[in-house]
Design a protein around this ligand. Structure first.
Ligand SMILES: C[C@H](NC(=O)[C@@H](N)CCCCN)C(=O)O
Length: 453
């Protein structure tokens, strides 16, 4: 009887998964907007005169405010201080505002001749918008990760994180698949407009989730058996930073993701220029990892929940990435099917590492430090998401222009792919060190998540 009385919203399987579905929609819209401009790189160069450095600057802008104005750190502190609902709403509003500004940059300012800080007005304002969007998207990301840790504690936590990431990847896949055909059928800016509409839907979805979350908080408060969660204090930042597990996860995260997200942003062009894949179809190939992750991330997540072995899974994922990027770098291997198979392998790696890495953070840190821990890890990851596209854009401009057709540069991707291979190799080394640290400090990364009844 008392068990029934203490039943909370998240004890019902249906309700906790429904709550996850609602916030997952917000993240799906965020991932759509995040990736929707990437397949348009060549069209942006042809129609708006955006060169590779402009594109690299714009792509890196996603992380600019997060890195240089420490927005992610503030976001994490706000999350641990003011909670999931406030932070999530704030993040969703920032995403809508940033995307609206980005849209303005590629519509109203498309033909402007003004130059700000050495960049065309359209490039600069779109980048400012994308930067604001990036703050919202990253803060939404840590908020959702923390809310899953809260709603799924002692339950299917890694599966839930996997499902959320998988659903978000539908947004990425849709962006990569639809951007070029939609831009060709309508207008170059239409894909961004679609993203803006989706984000407004995502904002409404987060408000709906907040109603459920408020109810859950009340139940937790009323439940005499639930243990009061320790409040976050600024001293926790020191505790997080002095934990070797934090640095290893953060380094693995920045290195691994630096060879996935920034690579994908340039990959549509790689598919067309090196592998001769039709431009209308190239985005769908680049979206394959997202599609694969849709199925595989929850599968690997439930494996981590039931069997553990997160440490080994991260190592295998990193090793696969070395193979993929090294093969992409070899000039004589240029069959379209090789490019496709490699993208599928990248998709498997891209499912293995996140499904093991994100739940591992929840094992290393207590609940009240989680928001800040995720924020600090995302912060370090964002240094890569800012620096790597800028680096690749610069390398392309300086060393990789192979020819110019109708004023549009063609790029050779050998050096950029070797750079990505280097990052992947370092991520493997860090994965191995994490395994050693796991043994030494007893994080329990090899253990299953689901509590045995
Ligand atoms: C959960 C994880 N998210 C991130 O790493 C974000 N910091 C960056 C998201 C960028 C999306 N293109 C993930 O997506 O695996």
């Amino acid at each position: 009887m008392s068990v029934e009385l203490n039943k909370k919203l998240n004890d019902s399987k249906f309700t906790r998964w429904m709550a996850l579905g609602v916030v997952a929609f917000t993240m799906m819209a965020a991932y759509f907007v995040n990736d929707v401009m990437a397949p348009l790189k060549t069209m942006l160069e042809g129609q708006l005169g955006w060169g590779s450095t402009d594109f690299g600057f714009y792509t890196g802008a996603y992380s600019f405010l997060n890195v240089f104005f420490l927005m992610l750190i503030w976001g994490g502190l706000i999350l641990d201080r003011f909670g999931i609902r406030f932070t999530g709403k704030l993040a969703a509003i920032l995403m809508v505002f940033g995307t609206a500004l980005q849209y303005y940059g590629i519509t109203e300012l498309a033909d402007s001749n003004s130059v700000y800080f050495g960049y065309k007005a359209g490039v600069f304002i779109s980048s400012v918008g994308y930067s604001i969007f990036g703050v919202g998207a990253e803060v939404a990301g840590i908020t959702v990760t923390k809310l899953i840790a809260k709603w799924f504690k002692g339950k299917e936590m890694a599966t839930a994180m996997g499902v959320q990431v998988a659903l978000a990847r539908i947004g990425s896949q849709a962006a990569y698949t639809l951007a070029i055909p939609v831009a060709k059928s309508f207008h170059l800016d239409t894909p961004v407009l679609i993203g803006l509409v989706l984000l407004v839907g995502g904002l409404i979805a987060f408000f709906a989730f907040s109603v459920l979350d408020k109810k859950l908080d009340k139940q937790i408060k009323d439940d005499k058996t639930s243990v009061d969660e320790e409040k976050f204090s600024i001293k926790d930042v020191g505790a997080i930073l002095s934990n070797p597990g934090f640095w290893l996860i953060a380094l693995l995260c920045v290195l691994f993701y630096s060879c996935v997200f920034p690579f994908q942003k340039f990959a549509t062009e790689l598919m067309v220029s090196k592998y001769g894949i039709d431009a209308d179809f190239a985005g769908s190939i680049v979206g394959l990892p997202a599609l694969g992750a849709l199925i595989l991330t929850p599968v690997f997540g439930s494996l981590v929940d039931s069997k553990g072995k997160a440490d080994n899974i991260m190592i295998i994922g990193a090793a696969m990435l070395i193979f993929v990027h090294l093969t992409y770098s070899i000039p004589s291997i240029n069959g379209w099917w090789v490019a496709t198979v490699l993208m599928i392998i990248l998709g498997i790696a891209f499912s293995l590492v996140p499904s093991a890495m994100w739940p591992s953070v929840a094992k290393i840190f207590p609940a009240h430090q989680l928001g800040t821990a995720y924020a600090l890890i995302f912060f370090i990851q964002n240094i890569g998401l800012w620096g790597v596209p800028n680096l690749i854009g610069w390398i392309q401009k300086e060393f990789c222009i192979s020819e110019t057709i109708n004023g549009v540069n063609q790029y050779d991707y050998t050096i950029p792919m070797l750079v990505f291979t280097g990052f992947a190799t370092l991520s493997l080394v860090i994965g191995l060190l994490l395994k050693v640290a796991n043994k030494k400090y007893g994080y329990g990364l090899e253990k299953a998540n689901i509590e045995k009844k």
